[in-house]
Design a protein around this ligand. Structure first.
Ligand code: NAD
Ligand code: WQD
Length: 338
């Protein structure tokens, strides 16, 4: 039996495919290639030295999904497919609700029709909203989200909670990611955003490689040690390994569980710029700029529940996250297009 990985050629999905295969788990990947390159498939296969099935399918396409279920033996799903740009979601809320919420509904319906009732879902720390105080624990109230992207994650969490409450055959794992960064140590796979990056690390990496002039540090008057925003950055390979643990948990654990995937350590924007400067061997230029609307001062996880119940703890430190990002960026200045 295989795990269906939706959005499996994207940033987190591709790294997770490598870890699943390395753990001896069979996978089937679908992706509509909206935010990735097909060459990501070749790079995964080259890294693991194995073939696996890939289908270009949109999760909103019930017939396309059914054909995959007809052809493959699928007994669980890791669901990454979705749109994820916070700013864009404010401008195009309908597209985000359609892709993320409708897409997940179609996927869940096809799963149910095929008797496949195990799912790991990519949620986000964004569901904790503005009011909860870090360290964030899974039992805190969620939903105070400030943008349509975050609302899609919250709505999907609610859908999965209701489905699991209605039918005890479902096993559901909601994974709330903090700030995934880094790349595979080989330097052949990493994050490759289209256009100007929205997130801090890809932006810094593009400045370091000479594609952008300087980093704009959004706000230096937050209530933090150096005045810049503090986040819980986690290596994407650690995150990927968390999915292997989660999928193993589903096999023995019906019902719904929620886990934070973070390190429990908060770093400021300036900490990150300095660590990246060390990793790339030259100073990354930056200027202070106004706060970005919707940003909070501090956000980091309490990772204890995942440690206790999944036996998962992040292994890689900030130095490694920056070194691996730099290896990927400097080897592939044009990402997967290169
Ligand atoms: P990504 O854009 O690199 O990967 C998502 C993949 O899904 C892409 O390859 C895209 O082509 C595919 N996709 C999108 N819509 C689809 C559809 N309708 N049908 C089929 N495929 C579709 O993003 P990522 O960073 O790898 O994120 C993966 C998941 O994790 C997303 O759901 C995202 O919201 C969530 N997440 C990401 C972060 C982060 O900071 N990267 C943090 C928290 C949660
Ligand atoms: C990190 C810090 C910025 C860019 C977002 C989503 C969240 C999740 C992860 C998907 C903040 C500062 C950033 C820049 C800066 N994604 N910054 N200059 O905002 O913590 O989380 O990605 O689920 O939902 O909201 O990540 O990388 O954008 O920002 O100073 O050019 O870097 O203000 O303090 P964020 P980020």
């Amino acid at each position: 039996m295989a795990v269906l990985v939706t959005g499996g050629l994207g940033y987190i999905g591709s790294h997770t495919c490598v870890e699943l295969i390395n753990a001896g788990i069979d996978i089937v990947v679908i992706d509509n290639l909206y935010n990735c390159k097909k060459s990501s498939y070749d790079r995964i296969k080259a890294l693991v030295g194995k073939d696996f099935p890939f289908y270009k399918v949109d999760i909103r396409d019930a017939e396309g999904l059914q054909k995959v279920f007809d052809k493959e033996k699928i007994d669980s799903v890791i669901h990454f497919a979705g749109l994820k740009a916070v700013g864009e979601s404010v401008e195009k809320p309908l597209e985000y609700f359609d892709n993320n919420v409708t897409g997940t509904l179609v996927l869940l319906d096809v799963m149910r029709k095929n008797g496949c009732k195990k799912i790991v879902f990519s949620s986000s720390a964004t569901v904790y909203g503005m009011k909860n105080i870090s360290p964030l624990t899974e039992d805190m109230e969620v939903g105070g989200v400030t943008n349509p992207y975050g609302r899609t994650k919250y709505i999907i969490e609610c859908m999965l909670k209701d489905i699991s409450a209605s039918d005890s055959e479902w096993s559901v794992c909601l994974l709330r990611y903090f700030n995934p960064i880094g790349a595979h140590k080989s330097g052949t796979m990493g994050e490759d955003p289209n256009g100007i990056p929205n997130n801090l690390l890809p932006y810094i990496a593009k400045v370091a490689v000479g594609k952008l002039e300087k980093v704009n540090v959004f706000g230096n008057d937050y209530d933090t040690p150096d005045g810049t925003g503090v986040r819980d950055y986690i290596h994407v390979v650690d995150l990927a390994k968390g999915h292997v643990k989660a999928i193993e948990k589903l096999d023995t654990h019906p019902g719904l569980e929620v886990y934070n995937l973070g390190t429990g350590i908060g770093y400021s924007v300036l900490d990150i710029i300095h660590a990246f400067s060390e990793a790339c061997g030259h100073e990354v230029p930056f200027v202070f700029a106004p706060r970005r609307p919707g940003d909070i001062d501090i956000c980091y996880a309490d990772p204890e529940k995942a440690a206790t119940e999944l036996g998962w703890t992040a292994q890689y430190d900030l130095k490694k996250m920056c070194e691996d990002t730099w290896r990927w960026q400097s080897n592939n200045p044009d990402g997967y297009r290169g």
